[in-house]
Design a protein around this ligand. Structure first.
Ligand code: GLV
Ligand code: GLV
Length: 355
């Protein structure tokens, strides 16, 4: 019979469906109205026979679901996300299920949202929008909504991987910011870019931009005017930004988070924002999504958006395609690509995957 592949949510585009159907799979898409599916909901979807599942970052993929998938004869699971802190990879492995994620296609889109959040916070765009709509604008004033100039300031990157480096590049090239970063690995492409762009600016008679790699998170927090968080969420990064570390930051700094909510102790952040009106935060992610910690939603010095960093059409279609390729790759025995993903290398629209 056909391979049965389930997607727990409708996903953008049709290429991912075509890919699976052309390879001989039967694709079932869950159209359940409620936003977040429970483990029991997904167990019901998996049923008695299921070969592979494409799931979402809101779902709890632990031993419960992987043992159900194994019992249904399944071997493949892909998160439609780059982050997979919702997946217990060890439980998957124990149950003989390969796990994929969707890196790469969301790098620029996610970095662009972090840049949008940075500008919104620096120039108080959301506060000013509320003010305008409330009919409070009664004439231009030299003192109205004064914000931060980014040019010549320092952007701090915690986690200078694909997304962190792309964001840093945007802030350097777009706003002539200097970079300070913390990462276990050297971000040599980023360093080279900043050096080259600094030389270009100097050749134009302008101040160069600079980069600095520091060996502690604390150093970034002390030196930067804007701090953007881009690490992976795991035990070592849970509450990486806490009360004591917030206290190290400049009084008028901006904290941006488009990674994972639990990287920040959100209660501590709310207190810090309340005590320091010049400090601003711009958040795409929250500790207990879809909820915000009490008080956050009332603070004028916070910008909050609902986990939309990867939400461009191109990227979301790309993530869906990659997730389908991951599942198909495992089921068809394609070689492992990078990052543990089972990906048929860049199938053309018309090409057939090998049987
Ligand atoms: C989105 O948050 C992702 O990890 O892809
Ligand atoms: C501000 O609107 C200016 O023209 O300086």
């Amino acid at each position: 019979g056909k391979l049965r592949v389930i997607s727990t949510k409708p996903m953008p585009g049709s290429r991912w469906i075509k890919l699976l159907v052309d390879a001989g799979c039967r694709v079932e898409i869950c159209t359940e109205k409620k936003t977040i599916l429970s483990v029991d909901d997904i167990k019901r979807l998996i049923g008695r026979k299921c070969d592979g599942v494409i799931g979402q970052l809101t779902e709890d993929w632990g031993d419960g679901l992987f043992s159900s998938l194994k019992a249904a004869g399944g071997h493949a699971y892909s998160n439609m996300a780059v982050g997979y802190n919702n997946v217990n990879v060890e439980a998957a492995t124990r149950n003989g299920v390969a796990v994929g994620n969707t890196p790469g296609v969301l790098t620029e889109t996610t970095a662009e949202l972090a840049a949008a959040l940075t500008l919104a916070a620096a120039r108080r765009v959301v506060e000013a929008d509320y003010f305008m709509r409330a009919g409070k604008y009664d004439g231009w004033l030299p003192t109205l909504f004064i914000g931060n100039l980014l040019k010549g300031q320092t952007v701090g990157i915690i986690g200078a991987g694909r997304i962190g480096s792309a964001y840093a590049r945007m802030m350097v090239e777009g706003f002539k910011m200097n970079v300070v970063y913390y990462d276990l690995y050297q971000a040599s492409r980023l360093e080279k870019f900043v050096t080259a762009y600094g030389k270009f600016l100097e050749s134009q008679g302008e101040a160069p931009v600079t980069w600095k790699r520091v060996s502690t998170v604390e150093d970034v927090l002390k030196l930067a005017d804007v701090v953007s968080l881009h690490p992976v969420l795991d035990k070592t990064t849970y509450h990486l930004i806490n009360k004591d570390r917030l206290a190290l930051m400049k009084k008028n700094a901006i904290l941006v988070n488009a990674s994972r909510g639990p990287i920040v102790d959100e209660v501590a952040l709310v207190h810090h924002l309340q005590a320091n009106p010049q400090f601003r935060a711009a958040l795409d992610v929250f500790e207990d999504e879809p909820y915000m910690k009490p008080g956050l939603g009332e603070l004028p010095n916070a910008v909050v958006v609902p986990h939309i960093a990867s939400a461009s059409k191109w990227t979301r279609e790309g993530m869906a395609t990659l997730a389908a390729e991951n599942v198909l790759g495992k089921l068809k025995g394609y070689p492992v690509w990078h990052d543990g993903n089972y990906v048929a290398p860049f199938l053309d629209e018309d090409s057939q995957p090998p049987a």
